[in-house]
Design a protein around this ligand. Sequence first.
Ligand code: COA
Length: 312
Amino acid sequence: MGIRFRGWGIGLPDKIVTNDDLSLTLDTSDEWISERTGIRARRIGGTTRSLGADAGRAALRDAGLEPGDIDFLILATTSADRIAPSTAAMIQDDLGMTCPAMDLNAACSGFVYGLRVAQGLTEVGTRRVMLIGSEHLSRWTDWTDRSTAVLFGDGAGATILEYDEAGSDVLSFVLGTDGASADILACEHESTFTMDGREVFRRAVRVVVDSSEKAIAEAGLTPEDIDLVIPHQANVRIIQAVVERLGIPMERAVVTLDRYGNTSSSSIPLAFHAAREEGRIREGAHALLTGFGAGMTWASSVVKWSPGPGVL
Ligand code: COA
């Protein structure tokens, strides 16, 4: 008994903002940003609603499903368009769906948290869950602060999860939250993100490595069995430090932050989509999904791709 991935889809704004574009208004340079983070460009525009609806629509098409086939919508987001109603409710309407819909905020761990909630829902009788990660972080970015403005981007990714009594694509989960670390990365109402970058970096590597090791062991595997690492995309140096400590070659990690920057809840599904476009998703392959973010939260999950419409 478990869940299977059906289709995937993404939603991205058309506008590309390069590091050179940012260096016109900020005291920064392409050299500093790309060396210190790996980021070269990001997409800016849309809303959490519009990008999420685009991703959800694409996932439905990819899975060959109709809006009425979805029984629950979860939107993982840190940048809801309004306090109320939920952005998920707006997307539900845009997609012509009638199922229950709700937002989930676990910051950049939101997509894997959403996967865990989706699995729980299927265990109590929900057949299909649409899980979207969508972010409009540019709205909550201080464009005069070079220490944060160069990092974030907008975008969305979605998948559809389906109950299967015969087995599961999701083999393990390790989730965590440390609310005592709340102040190292935060955004108040009507304000912008503030961050102690070095501290976030240090703690991120620790919690991602720890939760990944546990998730791999819980799946009955060792790091050598992991064919693909699909990490949250915050800084390529964090990804390098994590895979090195796990003993997994860097070639197995998917990196998309060079084109999209840090898109919080959207970064894992956007990275999955890129891996699929590059032909890196193979039947039977094991992938480690792992993220961390404000909270602090962290979430790691090991999945195994089975054949299914729109996935391989
Ligand atoms: N351009 C040029 N210089 C910059 C800069 C920029 N965009 N941002 C910071 N600097 C400067 C600093 O002012 C500092 O200058 P100083 O030495 O004169 O004081 C210097 O670069 C080093 O700053 P530091 O913060 O130590 O750099 P860093 O190597 O730690 O890189 C981050 C900064 C933010 C890229 C890095 O710490 C990071 O990625 N942290 C994790 C952030 C993260 O993952 N956030 C999202 C969580 S989901």
